[in-house]
Design a protein around this ligand. Structure first.
Ligand code: HAM
Length: 414
């Protein structure tokens, strides 16, 4: 019986993996420049962490989690996102005790049981950052600017940044009431999801794809912000202006996870149909406390790496991923074969990417194999050369051939 990969997962084969490595290198490089350090947390956590962290009424927790009982009868969940685990680790390892703002980034797989389509997988990958310990609006602007800059450096075109403030708990309570006054009279005309959501999480109703058009006159959350939130948000915007990061205000932007407070934002790009969001994030000033830590604020974003790949491809942006082989060694004869095995190891030890034939093929077939690998040089070792302690080195681009001493092969290639 032949097996197939699970629905909503992908095999990243050689040729594609290099495109991922290209993005991952950019991600690590920009993280270094913005002074974020890598954190790696487990891929599964206690289910309760996500229920509390992400929120009981979110789609993620209600419908999309990969939850299972382990052999000790504990409920575990494959992480559907990165923030809850990072915050759990921040609390558990008492990183809040450090004197500076804790700036962390992560790259890795996340799991959500969703209906797969282009850019939506059940196992997908995120690059995310989290800055914990500061409320300064300069951090909000930095986080947004970093996501924007990453998109620019990846070469993505038409990237849009949308920002909003979803307020603190008290402004949201005020807004919730205004929104309910607007939504309840039209409840019967809304889709099933919205009808069930309306009382539990009315802000999410605004995000409904089906009923969008009915909400054009909905009250704006920005009118319900208290002094603290609106001053904070005004500063975030002025910093973004100072940095020349273009953004649009979208007072309807409510994120799908419950921990957000104040600044919320998304990065979007045209060209991937219904799914146009590359990433998003925001502030979560209550989450550390909710997960058993001290009262410490946080902000971050998550970007989907599948989405980035999709847009890169859609926009025809070819990453320079070619990493050609340096040399292909071709032995002619048994003695030469033995020498080649040794030389190959010496070259690789010296940092040179080298390969040989293992299928006992004729010289012509070996030359073809070297061609397929786009190797820069082939090095041919016959018995005569071996006796003289030499090897024939051919530059594949020019066809130029010269003889070098075997003990100088490494230096010749370097
Ligand atoms: P999120 O908006 O749920 O936020 O996910 C962030 C990004 O992950 C999305 O914009 C999308 O690019 C990608 N993504 C989500 N689900 C899928 C999927 N099923 N298939 C492919 N890509 C997907 C978060 O996860 C927050 N933890 C972000 C954050 C960090 N907020 C603060 N800090």
């Amino acid at each position: 019986m032949a097996f197939q990969k699970p629905t909503g997962t992908q095999d990243l084969l050689p040729g594609t993996v290099e495109k991922w490595q290209y993005v991952e290198e950019k991600v690590r490089d920009i993280s270094r420049r913005f002074n974020y350090r890598e954190i790696r947390t487990p891929i599964f956590e206690q289910t309760e962490l996500f229920v509390r962290g992400v929120g009981e009424t979110t789609d993620v927790v209600e419908k999309e989690m990969y939850t299972f009982k382990d052999k000790g009868d504990r409920s575990m969940t494959l992480r559907p996102e990165g923030t809850a685990g990072v915050v759990r680790s921040f609390v558990e390892n008492k990183l809040y005790g450090e004197p500076d703002v804790t700036k962390l980034y992560y790259v890795g797989p996340m799991f959500r049981y969703e209906r797969p389509q282009a850019g939506r997988q059940r196992q997908f990958h995120q690059f995310g950052i989290e800055a914990l310990g500061a409320t300064d609006p300069a951090i909000d602007a930095e986080v947004i600017a970093m996501g924007y800059q990453l998109c620019v450096e990846l070469g993505l075109k038409d990237v849009r940044v949308e920002v909003n403030s979803v307020g603190n708990a008290s402004s949201r309570a005020a807004y919730r009431q205004r929104l309910l006054d607007f939504l309840l009279p039209m409840k019967d005309t809304l889709c099933k999801d919205c009808q069930s959501r309306i009382e539990r999480n009315p802000l999410r109703v605004l995000d409904c794809k089906v009923d969008q058009d009915k909400f054009t006159d909905a009250p704006s959350i920005l009118d319900s912000l208290d002094e603290e939130c609106s001053t904070h948000f005004a500063k975030v915007q002025s910093y973004l202006n100072d940095m020349n990061v273009e953004f649009t205000l979208n007072s309807r932007l409510v994120r799908g996870l419950d921990y957000y407070t104040m600044t919320a934002f998304e990065f979007k790009a045209q060209g991937i149909g219904a799914i146009d969001t590359i990433g998003g994030g925001g502030r979560y000033n209550g989450l550390v406390g909710d997960l058993g830590g001290p009262d410490q604020p946080g902000i971050g974003f998550g970007m989907g790496l599948e989405r980035i790949q999709l847009i890169l491809e859609h926009q025809g942006i070819a990453a320079d991923t070619s990493k050609p082989l340096d040399v292909y060694l071709i032995p002619l004869g048994e003695a030469a074969e033995r020498e080649v095995t040794k030389q190959l190891f010496l070259l690789r030890q010296a940092g040179i990417a080298a390969e040989r034939d293992y299928l006992n093929r004729k010289m012509k077939a070996q030359m073809k194999a070297a061609d397929r690998l786009h190797t820069r040089y082939t090095a041919i070792l016959g018995d005569d050369e071996l006796e003289r302690g030499e090897i024939a080195l051919k530059a594949m681009a020019t066809g130029e051939q010269r003889t070098v001493r075997l003990d100088e092969l490494k230096d010749a290639l370097i």
